[in-house]
Design a protein around this ligand. Structure first.
Ligand SMILES: O=C(O)C(=O)C[C@H](O)[C@H](O)COP(=O)(O)O
Length: 306
């Protein structure tokens, strides 16, 4: 097993218009964990998504969607509860706005038992996020527990803080980061989206220092078009320029494509810098699609942009 992702896949309703006005939405399947899992699987890595989907029609469709994108779905278990959903639109300033319909969903009921059932001891890389930790106290527990197991077994842990103000508070999200960072091989905060609420800074270098102080072995601070600042304990931070996006339609899922691709490349033996650059290329390609899984980079496209 190369990569295990734990999190909540969602039904996605996306529109290129403000949520307050849009009346025609495109139905697809997304959620940060699924976005990352399909990006990782597209690199050719063996990737499993550990989750619970609803015991409803959309739960079945989510499993079919993940399988069709090469994800190992054996640990996508149905119910109890419903499949979560979200709507994403653009607010009048062009920024994205998310509306969630996921409270009490099947995935939010995950806990340490789901972690115990997953083949974590065999995983080269575990990818978990702050969204998963924000779903419920039992999910926060599951994320911490999974990180401890994988780190103790000698695997790598990648943590994407992915702060969502509609799911959690800055204090809770900072606590989730602090709990996982000591086990993390790599943390991928966005700056300023994650760094300001969680670490109190909008400066990339200060973000990297703060995450390293929490115990992470390396930090990739993502800054959109300003690129990535990569820092680890043993080298001066390196500013890696962004990979120019061939086509820009929608940024939803770009951060998840980055994290999933980095996790997959690390699992298949790439050095950290090369894995990060591959992630940046996958994120650039993903901008051409609407929604979180509208455009998934192939290995050929990734290598062509590097
Ligand atoms: O917010 C959530 O809970 C979701 O999972 C829905 C979205 O698909 C991703 O969050 C998009 O994430 P970005 O890669 O940062 O664009």
């Amino acid at each position: 097993m190369d990569v295990i992702v734990i999190g909540e896949p969602l039904v996605e309703f996306s529109a290129p218009a403000p949520l307050t006005d849009a009346d025609t939405f495109r139905l697809s399947f997304s959620g940060d964990a699924l976005n990352a899992a399909v990006a990782a699987a597209a690199t050719g890595a063996h990737v499993a998504l550990v989750t619970r989907v609803g015991d409803d029609e959309f739960g079945e469709r989510l499993i079919r969607f993940a399988a069709a994108h090469g994800v190992d779905t054996r640990w996508m278990r149905p119910g109890p509860g419903s499949t979560g959903a979200y709507a994403v639109g653009a607010d009048p300033g062009g920024e994205r706005a998310f509306a969630y319909m996921r409270a009490g969903s099947a995935a939010s009921r995950m806990g340490p038992a789901d972690v115990a059932a997953a083949p974590l001891g065999e995983a080269r890389v575990l990818l978990v996020s702050g969204v998963t930790a924000a779903l419920s106290p039992s999910c926060a527990h599951a994320v911490r527990h999974a990180a401890e197991i994988v780190a103790a077994a000698g695997g790598a842990v990648v943590y994407d803080p992915n702060f969502r103000g509609r799911l959690t508070t800055p204090g809770q999200a900072a606590a989730a980061l602090a709990a996982v960072a000591p086990h993390a091989t790599l943390v991928t905060p966005s700056c300023p989206g994650d760094s300001l609420p969680l670490l109190g800074t909008a400066d990339a270098a200060a973000t990297a220092r703060a995450a390293l102080r929490l115990g992470a072995r390396a930090v990739a601070v993502t800054q959109g078009a300003a690129g990535v600042l990569l820092a680890s304990g043993d080298a001066p931070p390196e500013a890696i320029p962004a990979v120019p996006a061939p086509v820009v339609v929608d940024q939803t899922g770009a951060g998840d494509a980055f994290a999933g691709t980095v996790a997959a490349r690390l699992a298949t033996g790439a050095p950290l810098r090369a894995a990060v650059r591959a992630g940046m290329a996958a994120a650039a390609v993903s901008l051409a699609g609407q929604g979180g899984t509208g455009r998934i980079a192939t290995p050929h496209e990734i290598d062509g942009l590097l």
